[in-house]
Design a protein around this ligand. Structure first.
Ligand code: VGL
Ligand code: ZN
Length: 207
């Protein structure tokens, strides 16, 4: 059984948001159409408390996009974004997937960031998504959303490493691209055996 996993299509990752991904809002119509092809759809939502470790504002003398060392490795620092229950953390108003079955929130622990839908950035603290999918008998995942070089990539790589068959729908994503992060993401996904496709190819093969 398969599911579409829609990563972080939230106001703060769209133009005008606090951590805007260039053209981030352009994924919305593509994803709305894609979602109609899937019986099972899961959404993720970046959901940070004030003073989150990943915010540059939490570290004296640091600026957004600086990289620091934390307990679990390197951490890119971001502008404050996706504050719990804020407008910026809400899904884009045009995202239209009424049949979505689950919303996974992540990044809600103050001291640890969480890009992946499966694990927080220590690669150990589970979100529960793998267990949910396994209990439901879902083995094949298609992924879309924001941002390709962070949350989509890390979710895809973790999913593949956990034994799911993961395909990223490239034109249903957009990237941030900081410090070579797009190239690094493609390398990571390639190395993990993540498949890539486009919404059009998917439509053709599923007809
Ligand atoms: C994301 C940076 C920080 C993402 C979330 O959704 O890709 N990126 N928090
Ligand atoms: Zn975040």
């Amino acid at each position: 059984m398969e599911a579409l996993v829609v990563i972080d299509v939230q106001n703060d990752f769209c133009p005008g948001g606090l951590l805007a991904v260039p053209e981030g809002d352009q994924v919305v119509p593509v994803i709305n159409k894609l979602a109609q092809q899937f019986e099972h759809v899961i959404l993720t939502q970046d959901w940070h408390p004030a003073g989150h470790l990943s915010f540059a504002s939490s570290h004296a003398g640091k600026a957004p996009f600086d990289v620091i060392d934390v307990d679990y490795g390197k951490q890119v620092l971001w502008p404050d974004h996706c504050l719990q229950a804020s407008h910026g953390a809400a899904f884009h108003a045009a995202l239209n997937i009424p049949h979505a079955e689950l919303i996974i929130r992540k990044g809600f622990r103050k001291g640890i960031d969480s890009y992946s839908a499966f694990f927080e950035n220590d690669h150990q603290t589970a979100t529960g998504l793998a267990g949910y999918l396994r209990e439901r008998g879902i083995t094949t995942l298609f992924m879309a959303g924001l941002a390709l070089d962070f949350c989509v990539c890390w979710s895809a790589v973790d999913g593949q490493q956990l034994g799911f068959d993961v395909t990223v729908i490239e034109n249903a994503t957009r990237g941030i691209n900081t410090n070579g992060s797009m190239d690094a993401a493609y390398e990571l996904m390639h190395g993990a055996g993540v498949h890539l496709t486009t919404a059009d190819d998917l439509r053709t093969t599923r007809q």
